[in-house]
Design a protein around this ligand. Structure first.
Ligand SMILES: [Zn+2]
Length: 64
């Protein structure tokens, strides 16, 4: 992860337990999309990027 993604990760997932994070990622994975690891929080394809060229959380966290 880039430093920027690390900061966003804390904002997005900081309050969640590891288990809750896994559950969230699994849900997104099952839905076939994911929020972008970007402050825009766009819904994108799991292997895509948002309009700011940021990957999905699934990819940023190495799930896919
Ligand atoms: Zn974006």
């Amino acid at each position: 992860m880039t430093p920027e993604q690390r900061k966003l990760f804390k904002q997005e997932f900081g309050e969640m337990t590891n288990e809750e994070i896994m559950e969230q990622l699994r849900e997104w994975h099952d839905e076939g999309g994911c929020e972008a690891a970007c402050s825009c929080g766009a819904w994108i394809e799991a292997d895509g990027t948002c309009e700011h060229d940021q990957p999905s959380w699934l990819r940023a966290l190495g799930w896919i």
